[in-house]
Design a protein around this ligand. Structure first.
Ligand code: ADP
Ligand code: MG
Length: 253
């Protein structure tokens, strides 16, 4: 069963059609890239899938359930994780405490006073930090982390509700090329190990084509290509779209 089914999804902002008739599926354990030039509608798609934006047209199903009328909280509780373009953590807390806070957020009725948060989910937080290779940094304050480490922490936080669908809108924004490869390589390993389907977007085309199992290309709100990385990279229409914005064979941000 496909874990995400998107059918004829569309969004218009007061008359401007940002996304039009987008249909695709995502399978369990698959790394699916959604790419396209700035303004193509990628973030709009992410925001509809995670429930922040109501689609103007179309339907979606996550794990076989229609998401019509669901809030972002409902969708998160289905088992959907999300990372953001801007890392969102509590700077004054330690790395471990940030993961513990994320773990606590799925037991809302047991939510303790903030000052007791450090006592909960200690072992589980350790496991998540080990998964992203941050065991050594668990007791550091988040405010002093290097940017790349902050992004790995954010991945651990997104994994806290044990998602089977992970949405990553430019998870590597602001990182150097080598760090981008490392973050997406790590994400791919975790996705395969835990059978998580990942929908991600990324500006660096080498990173996209190096880590995606399949690629969707969005241009002006419409899907123009879909397929295996090599086939999409060789697609004439895709190349034409990227000529204006930068090369398909190298970073452009
Ligand atoms: P991408 O993430 O691919 O860069 P976006 O989904 O952010 O693209 O934006 C798609 C288009 O929709 C752009 O032309 C953008 O200006 C427009 N847009 C995005 N959000 C809004 C909004 N809240 N109101 C009006 N237009 C918007
Ligand atoms: Mg965007």
């Amino acid at each position: 069963m496909s874990i995400l089914v998107v059918e004829e999804l569309g969004k218009s902002y007061s008359g401007f059609q940002a996304v039009r008739d987008v249909s695709f599926v995502l399978e369990a354990g698959e790394m699916l890239a959604l790419i396209g030039p700035n303004g193509a509608g990628k973030s709009t798609c992410f925001n509809m899938i995670d429930g922040q934006l109501a689609p103007t047209t179309g339907r979606m199903a996550i794990f076989g359930k229609s998401t019509a009328g669901m809030t972002p909280g409902d969708i998160w509780r289905l088992g959907v994780g999300r990372t953001f373009q801007v890392a969102a953590t509590f700077a004054s807390m330690t790395v471990a405490e940030n993961v513990q806070m994320a773990l606590l957020s799925h037991h809302p009725r047991r939510w303790p006073a903030l000052r007791w948060a450090a006592r909960y989910h200690v072992a589980e937080a350790e496991r998540l930090l080990a998964l992203v290779g941050m065991t050594d940094q668990a007791q550091r304050s988040c405010g002093e982390l290097a940017y790349g480490d902050l992004k790995r922490l954010e991945l651990a936080i997104a994994l806290a509700n044990d998602p089977k669908l992970l949405l990553m809108d430019e998870p590597a924004a602001g990182m150097a090329t080598r760090e981008r490869h490392a973050l997406m390589g790590l994400t791919g390993r975790i996705a395969r190990e835990r059978t998580i389907g990942v929908l991600f977007t990324e500006h660096d085309m080498d990173v996209v084509f190096g880590h995606a199992d399949r690629v969707l290309v969005l241009n002006r709100g419409t899907l123009i290509a879909e397929g295996a990385p090599a086939a999409v990279r060789a697609n004439a229409e895709v190349q034409a779209v990227y000529l204006g914005a930068g090369s398909l064979y190298g970073a452009r941000s």
